[in-house]
Unconditional design. Structure first.
Length: 165
């Protein structure tokens, strides 16, 4: 998977897990959004296979528009060397600032497709990346690369696009 097609998150936790009640509550608290998972998880505790693709819907709370479908993929970082390299370059570009340590500790990649569903809210993928940054304590590398940021940076970018957080 190409980093330029995704919002890339580099997480320390080696196992992918979706704790849906927590994720839904945090979507409301962190990014003022409604979140749903489109498929059923095979594991009742939310554990995912080593490589997984998930569909979520997301929309700002109180927005009358249809929710936007956002695709999320997760895999071991060792299987995504281009994502790790993008994270290293982005951390280097900001002089490390502690992000270099987070990238060095990362063992799992989470990738949010930069393109939302057709006709969907173009801000939704960034909103999903912001949510994952908060949930996973993972830094975010945007599709265009060049920088790396956490939840605060993602929320600031969302607010600049008119998404109330």
């Amino acid at each position: 998977m190409k980093p330029e097609d995704h919002w890339c998150l580099l997480a320390a936790a080696p196992v992918g897990r979706v704790e849906l009640p927590r994720w839904t509550a945090q979507a409301q608290a962190l990014i003022h959004a409604e979140l749903t998972l489109l498929q059923r998880l095979g594991d009742p505790d939310g554990a995912l296979p080593a490589v997984a693709s998930l569909g979520f819907t997301l929309r700002p709370i109180g927005d009358a528009a249809e929710p936007t479908v956002v695709q999320v993929h997760t895999l071991p970082l060792a299987e995504a060397p281009a994502v790790k390299a993008a994270g290293e370059r982005a951390a280097e570009a900001i002089g490390g600032a502690g992000m270099d340590a987070l990238v060095a500790r990362a063992t799992r990649a989470w990738l949010v497709a930069k393109a939302p569903s057709p006709g969907g809210d173009p801000r939704a993928p960034l909103a999903m990346a912001a949510l994952l940054a908060g949930l996973l304590l993972a830094p975010v590398v945007p599709p265009e690369g060049g920088v790396i940021f956490g939840l605060k940076g993602a929320r600031l970018r969302l607010e600049a696009l008119g998404w109330r957080t």
